[in-house]
Design a protein around this ligand. Structure first.
Ligand code: FSX
Ligand code: SF4
Length: 301
């Protein structure tokens, strides 16, 4: 879990407004919040459960000409790491106390990973409070009700994803399924750092992003990968490592996957999966991965 420094976050969002695709009304609200010192805005708390930590790595892996320029800038100048299982400075009871303290103020809850429910939730223990283990399920139950908004960061948190794939021994559930509360889903395995920043920027500006039936922000997920793929209509590749050809015959899931990867690209705009001659694996789709290819069943297509 981590708390994002609001003023630095606002500065980052404002500087990156064009790249993030923020509307001018949202940008104006962020600018006035920044001018006011960022006061009165909610803290962002981050929980990590059934996940590979790839979503945190993705967020921390930003490479850009604007702030944060790299992972060092992100961690040292942009994100105030109050609690994070991998990256926080504090540890043990001190970290838990900081978290509990922050939870008494207004906050947005960002959940990375699914919520494991097997073994009474003990498939995933997220911290120990005065010797008492606290499970991910307990942590989400504790923090979700008081949150101004709940973000499901990544496909595991949004829909179960890899961490809840068949046979799902940990009993992983999506955040929306587990809490029964409205959740903003930001799928992707991993999530794109810009999608997280874009969504948090909307909330800090007091804007609730319009969501589709799958709980995703429409502005980010309205079109399929295939829709804007530069390889559409360019002839189909029948073997890998063929430049410029459509990868559909090789298993590309772009037609069934909604995300803006073709225009946003990854790693600071360096490239994207299809640009590197790898088909879209559909990592941002609700049915990823079981709906296409189960790990342990061969009859699922
Ligand atoms: Fe899941 Fe994110 Fe995939 Fe991993 O944490 S969306 S397995 S990239 O890290 O939750
Ligand atoms: Fe569509 Fe994939 Fe072909 Fe691109 S490579 S045109 S996303 S099927």
């Amino acid at each position: 879990m981590k708390s994002i420094d609001r003023r630095l976050f606002l500065r980052y969002a404002i500087q990156s407004a064009a790249a993030l695709g923020l509307e001018s009304t949202v940008l104006a609200r962020l600018q006035s919040a920044y001018a006011a010192g960022g006061s009165g805005l909610p803290t962002v708390l981050w929980l990590a459960g059934g996940a590979c930590t790839g979503c945190t790595v993705s967020l921390a892996n930003r490479v850009s000409a604007s702030h944060p320029t790299d992972v060092g800038d992100l961690l040292l100048n942009t994100i105030d790491l109050e609690f994070h299982p991998n990256l926080m400075g504090a540890a043990g009871q001190q970290a838990v106390d900081v978290l509990m303290d922050a939870s008494h103020g207004p906050y947005v809850l960002a959940v990375e990973g699914s919520v494991p429910t097997a073994f009474g939730g003990h498939a995933c223990v997220v911290w120990s409070d005065r010797g008492q283990d606290v499970t991910m399920a307990e942590a989400v139950s504790l923090l979700a009700p008081g949150a101004a908004a709940v973000l499901a960061v990544g496909t595991c948190a949004s829909y179960g994803g890899i961490s809840s794939a068949y046979p799902n021994p940990a009993g992983g559930r999506s955040v929306r399924d587990f809490t029964g509360r409205p959740v903003i889903n930001i799928p992707g395995c991993p999530v794109h750092p810009d999608w997280v920043v874009w969504t948090i920027a909307q909330l800090l500006a007091g804007v609730s992003p319009a969501l589709d039936a799958e709980g995703r922000p429409r502005d980010l997920y309205s079109r399929s990968v295939h829709d804007r793929c530069p390889r559409k209509g360019q002839g189909e590749a029948t073997t890998f490592a063929v430049e410029g050809k459509c990868l559909k015959k090789l298993g590309c899931k772009g037609p069934d996957t909604r995300a803006d990867c073709p225009t946003r690209l990854w790693n600071g705009g360096a490239n994207w999966c299809i640009g590197a001659n790898a088909e879209c694996i559909g990592c941002a789709a609700p049915k990823f991965p079981d709906g296409w290819q189960s790990f342990y069943k061969q009859d699922v297509v």
